[in-house]
Write a protein that binds this ligand. Structure first.
Ligand code: PSU
Ligand code: MN
Length: 302
């Protein structure tokens, strides 16, 4: 197999013990250094504390890896100029012997290939504002339309056009459920202002949906479990609206495009909210990782 799966992760998959895939773009490009490495280790620890095995995904020296040791995590967190790899970049990086952090799309593809069914992240990519001009839509959405994996997230990044993203997920046939809520979460915010049609309230209910997906067969699409950041830990909605407007303006003024857009906006938010966006981001990701571990356990129980 082209994948290098760590021994711990491989053994867990073979024994059908709970495993949670984690992406690495959030570490390399979504969080400031040096905090990012600490967060990467804490997220793995959070998965373990819920009784599951963490499998952080990245590409190192041309080899896609599922399950990183501490040194490998350090490389992802600290390597200067490390690439951001979407799923389309994987073969290019492999053939070039290059490395990079994997986005949701690349992580989901590699995790599914390894036989992992549950994946946790912060916020999904999606349809950007100004989409009609830029055609900027994250490859995350289409990949999830054809990958059988459950993604626990705090919605999609609030920098996006959220209703357009929800519409695209519907068009693509990707299942979406709110966890304990009938509102679609807004990443830094508990509520994006948009509803979801389905609510799931326990890890067992999520596992039941996964089993129904397997029973149906059909297009091998994902299940998105949208888990809101607790209201007490969300970013102040007024502050969020103001700083986001500034960030979008700065992005347009500086001509930032393509893959650079998401890291630029996230960084702007961290710097202009005195770290409050970072706290909300970390609360969201931490909650997702723990829920994903419980879902993986319910799935493993069969
Ligand atoms: N959410 C975060 N931080 C991130 C991302 C999401 O809080 O860094 C990353 C994810 O890896 C997601 C990617 O897949 O941004 C989407 O990037 P793009 O819009 O370029 O597809
Ligand atoms: Mn994009």
């Amino acid at each position: 197999m082209v994948l290098v799966v760590s021994e711990e992760v491989r053994e867990a998959i073979e024994a059908r013990r709970p495993v949670v895939a984690l992406e690495s773009t959030i570490i390399a490009h979504g969080l400031p250094r040096p905090r990012n490495l600490r967060v990467a280790l804490e997220l793995e620890e959070a998965v373990r504390s819920e009784g599951a095995v963490p499998a952080t995904v990245a590409v190192l020296d041309g080899r896609p890896r599922v399950g990183l040791d501490k040194q490998q995590l350090e490389r992802v967190a600290n390597e200067e100029g490390i690439r951001k790899l979407g799923h389309r970049d994987l073969p290019l990086a492999m053939a070039a012997g290059a490395g990079g952090a994997t986005t949701v799309s690349a992580t989901a593809q590699l995790a599914a290939l390894a036989g992992i069914r549950v994946f946790a992240t912060g916020g999904l990519g999606g349809v950007h504002r100004e989409w009609t001009a830029t055609q900027d839509e994250s490859a995350d959405l289409r990949l999830l339309a054809r990958t059988r994996i459950t993604v626990v997230c705090a919605g999609v990044k609030s920098i996006l056009d959220v209703p357009a993203t929800l519409q695209r997920l519907e068009t693509l046939g990707v299942a979406v459920a709110g966890y304990g809520t009938d509102r679609f979460p807004g990443f830094y915010l508990s509520d994006s202002g948009h509803p979801v049609d389905w609510t799931l309230s326990t890890p067992e209910q999520v596992a039941d949906v996964m089993r129904a997906q397997e029973a149906l067969g059909g297009p091998e699409s994902a299940l998105i479990v949208a888990n809101p950041v607790p209201e007490a830990e969300q970013l102040d909605p007024g502050l969020h609206a103001r700083v986001l407007a500034d960030a979008l303006r700065a992005c347009a003024e500086q001509g930032v495009t393509g893959q650079a857009v998401t890291p630029f906006l996230l960084d702007h938010l961290v710097r202009h909210t005195d770290g409050a966006s970072l706290s909300a981001n970390l609360a969201a990701v931490g909650g997702n990782v723990r829920l994903a571990a419980r879902i993986a356990a319910a799935w493993a129980r069969g």
